[in-house]
Write a protein that binds this ligand. Structure first.
Ligand code: KIV
Length: 271
């Protein structure tokens, strides 16, 4: 019997036990009630209400513009449909970087106003005090290292991170600091698989990879990318399971044709 199947509600403890049992952790993003319902029903371990909502829901170029109020709106919709999975919510850009008091206040708003189970924030040593403060208030924190999209203007590119030794060494130090600060898991985004393997083996908490190879304890993808809703993003690491854009465009085209030809509604579709 898998660890996941034994529980009514996936918690941070379940996630830890899954790592210890060698059972892979599946995480996907969701931002609204209806898709969260599908994803939770399918048996996902974790839903991440990612700040990628800024891209896929609001159409912004980066994750920077989304606000704490907007994240709270998305998370409140998701939580109503998430009957079994753990729900983690991203702290958006600007809601935790200034100091640990502000970080805690933002995390408390998310927990109180959405009913979510944990928060995620980006960065290593720079955000350590904020992580400690949030964890000491009893709020589980997921870390996020490697490519951290909230720092895109510092990086200047979405290319693979930590290929050079100095950055890899900093990442190895940061994962240990995050673990010591009390993070229950760490997302590793777009780093070499061999580095993710070393890091994963060095930690007792789980790693969740996106573009970080097969040795992470779990994987995460953005729902819109893996379902083919977003058609303009084809990184090497992405596996697309559906082509909703194509299928939905075809269905809408069919509906338009039926309306224009007076085929819809027919006699049985009226009162
Ligand atoms: O916002 C997001 O979707 C994320 C994942 C890519 C990990 O942070």
């Amino acid at each position: 019997m898998s660890v996941n199947k034994e529980v009514k509600r996936v918690t941070t403890n379940t996630i830890q036990k899954m790592k210890e049992a060698g059972e892979k952790i599946a995480m996907l993003t969701a931002y609204d009630f209806s898709f969260a319902r599908i994803i939770d029903s399918a048996g996902i371990d974790i839903i991440l209400v990612g700040d990628s909502a800024s891209n896929v829901m609001a159409g912004h170029e980066t994750t920077l513009p989304i606000t704490l109020d907007q994240m709270i709106y998305h998370a409140s919709s998701v939580i109503k449909a998430a009957h079994r999975c753990l729900v983690v919510v991203d702290l958006p850009f600007g809601s935790y970087q200034s100091n640990s008091e502000i970080a805690l206040a933002s995390a408390i708003r998310i927990m109180k106003e959405t009913g979510a189970h944990a928060v995620k924030l980006e960065g290593g040593e720079e955000v350590l005090e904020s992580i400690k403060k949030i964890v000491s208030a009893g709020i589980p924190v997921m870390g996020h290292l490697g490519l951290t999209p909230q720092s895109i203007y510092k990086f200047g590119t979405y290319a693979v991170r930590a290929k050079e030794e100095a950055e890899a060494e900093k990442l190895k130090k940061d994962v240990q600091l995050l673990q010591e600060a009390g993070c229950f898991a760490i997302v590793l985004e777009k780093i070499p698989a061999i580095l993710a393997k070393e890091v994963t083996e060095s930690l007792h908490i789980p790693t969740i990879g996106i573009g970080a190879g097969k040795y992470c304890d779990g994987q995460v993808l953005v729902m819109h990318d893996m379902l083919g809703i977003n058609t303009e993003f084809h990184p090497k690491f992405l596996r697309q399971y559906l082509n909703i854009f194509e299928q939905a465009t075809e269905a809408v085209g069919h509906y338009i044709k039926d309306v224009k030809s007076n085929d819809f509604p027919n006699e049985s579709e009226q009162y």
